[in-house]
Design a protein around this ligand. Structure first.
Ligand SMILES: NC(=O)C1=CN([C@@H]2O[C@H](COP(=O)(O)OP(=O)(O)OC[C@H]3O[C@@H](n4cnc5c(N)ncnc54)[C@H](OP(=O)(O)O)[C@@H]3O)[C@@H](O)[C@H]2O)C=CC1
Ligand SMILES: O=C1O[C@H](COP(=O)(O)O)[C@@H](O)[C@H](O)[C@H]1O
Length: 510
């Protein structure tokens, strides 16, 4: 990653919070130690809590549990801490506060010779996502003289299509779309980006990547964790809003979009938008047929005993929020006409795994069908492991050595880590660096966020009207059996990886 980053100041609003400590400060440090930050750079944390610069450095660097011990011992960490500053703000939109912020930025710009170039990262509760841009605009910080200002907005971007549209309108009235960076950390995952390279840098996939050869496509994002201490947030959200509307529809777009004419933000995001526009809506009674929502009951996961979702901290006893969604849907365009797509995600499932499985159609005639002590036909599947064990496997049938024509499924397996001896950049580092370079390719464009909400809204509406049941599944299982029925009349089913593959070659061995 060659550095083309101009000098600037990164301002993190909500800097005393969980995300700043867990992800943002460690990501900026990784960029610093990797030599990606410009020589002229400073980070200003801002939130309501009173901290001196030193107290802030102590909290987010030296006492931060998300830096491992090795990193804590690095001399570079001390140098890095000197680039960090803090400004308390009592009300983000108060005139006095914004003037304080502006004065502080002027001082730091001079001290670090960054010019008037700012990234404003909103890591606050979402209700401030329009307040802060407006306050920045009132003080002219959105259009700093002779420089630039970019704004990064965390998830959730809106709560439905209407609120996303409202939010887009408000932010776009003070920042041009090209300077708005809606972050989706899945787009920072190497393997999600690699989906584009796999498809568009190799000639042999393209002829097969369509309705003529693909029987079905499934995307699974399974988590072993429950809601933990995030019950308050999660209960307002649920799995459809928390994972599908954003992360998994973005993954889907990489799997299913048409080839962009160039690998730039305009072309890639344009194709993704077309894909979202082609999603066939699921409405009214179709919701009960095509979407399964479920909530976990108590049970045992890989991490130990788990209490039922309704007994988790911050969750009402009578909550109807889903912790699992399995769905079947179609894409109405030439490439994918008639091909069923499946997405599922859930908390408290047996493994932490995100993968995409493309199942190809069988050959027209099964001539080896009589040798049935092995599979009579093979499953031609391409399994793209987003995480863990990033990589991909191709499953296909081979002749078993010896008499006759017995067929066995085998796999060819590639592990992404074999490509490099370096650490693969963490999502937030990669995405922050792109924003620093002014490249929004891996950020969600405003209209596509609205379109993604447009797809999930009718499902949520049907649930709110109770037009589809909420079922349960025991923590530690692969979800409710109702989700298996989504595959009726399609053939095949969910692919459940059998073990964490971290070290070994993996997956379902025949
Ligand atoms: N935490 C995570 O892993 C993830 C978080 N996100 C998103 O990132 C954003 C930040 O997340 P997170 O750090 O967990 O959030 P927090 O709830 O920890 O809030 C961040 C900071 O915002 C300030 N804040 C809280 N409430 C208010 C308020 N009412 N008015 C003004 N300031 C307030 C607090 O600082 P102070 O009291 O000092 O002002 C707090 O430290 C959220 O929008 C979240 O949805 C997205 C993905 C993952
Ligand atoms: O955004 C979110 O993502 C995480 C899962 O992210 P991953 O990178 O660990 O797959 C999820 O746990 C969380 O609920 C959601 O808000």
């Amino acid at each position: 990653m060659a550095s083309k980053v101009e000098p600037h100041i990164l301002v993190i609003f909500g800097a005393s919070g969980d995300l700043a400590q867990r992800k943002l400060i460690p990501a900026v440090y990784d960029l610093y130690r990797g030599g990606y930050l410009p020589d002229h750079f400073a980070l200003l944390g801002a939130s309501r809590t009173d901290f001196s610069d030193e107290e802030f450095r102590q909290k987010v660097v030296f006492d931060n549990e998300f830096f491992d011990e090795d990193k804590k011992a690095e001399p570079k960490l001390k140098e890095f801490a000197k680039l960090l500053f803090y400004q308390d703000l009592k009300q983000y939109d108060g005139e006095e506060d914004i003037n304080k912020l502006k004065a502080r930025l002027q001082d730091l710009s001079q001290q670090f010779q960054t010019g008037n170039r700012f990234i404003f990262y909103l890591s606050t509760p979402p209700k401030l996502y329009s307040t802060i841009p407006n306050a920045l605009a009132a003080s002219g910080l959105n259009e700093p003289e002779g420089g630039w200002a970019r704004i990064v907005i965390e998830k959730p971007f809106g709560y439905d299509e209407e609120s996303a549209k409202r939010l887009n309108k408000e932010i776009q009235s003070v920042f041009p779309e090209n300077n708005i960076y809606r972050i989706d950390h899945y787009l920072g995952k190497e393997t999600v980006q690699n989906l584009l390279v796999t498809r568009f840098a190799n000639g042999f996939f393209e002829p097969l990547w369509n309705r003529n050869y693909v029987q079905s496509v499934q995307i699974t994002a399974a988590e072993t964790v429950g809601v933990g201490s995030r019950g308050g947030y999660y209960d307002e959200s649920g799995a459809l809003r928390d994972m599908i509307q954003n992360h998994l529809l973005q993954v889907l777009a990489h799997v299913a979009m048409e080839p962009p004419i160039r690998a730039d933000a305009y072309s890639i995001r344009g194709e993704k938008m077309k894909l979202f526009q082609s999603l066939r809506p699921i409405k009214g009674e179709q919701v009960a047929e095509q979407v399964v929502r479920a909530q976990y009951t108590g049970g045992k996961t890989k991490d130990g005993e788990v209490v039922a979702y309704r007994d988790a901290e911050g969750v009402p006893d009578d909550s109807t929020t889903e912790t699992y969604v399995g769905m079947k849907f179609f894409i109405d365009n030439w490439r994918w006409a008639g091909v069923p797509f499946f997405i599922r995600t859930g908390k408290c499932l047996p493994l932490k795994v995100t993968e995409v499985v493309i199942t190809f159609k069988n050959p027209p005639q099964a001539i080896f069908a009589s040798y049935d002590d092995y599979a009579m036909k093979c499953d031609n599947q391409l399994i793209i492991r987003i995480q863990p064990d990033e990589g991909m496997a191709m499953e296909f049938g081979m002749k078993v050595p010896g008499e006759g024509f017995r067929v066995k499924n085998v796999d060819m397996d590639f592990f992404y880590r074999e490509l490099t001896t370096k650490d693969v950049p963490e999502s937030y580092s990669r995405l922050l660096l792109d924003c620093m370079k002014g490249d929004p390719t891996l950020y969600a464009r405003g209209d596509s966020v609205e379109a993604a909400w447009g797809f999930v809204d009718p499902i949520i509406e049907a649930w709110e009207k109770n037009e589809a049941p909420l079922v349960t599944y025991e923590a530690g299982t692969w979800g409710p059996e109702e989700a298996d029925r989504l595959w009726d009349n399609v053939g095949g089913g969910w692919r459940n990886p059998q073990a964490s593959l971290t070290e070994e070659k993996h997956y379902t061995k025949l």
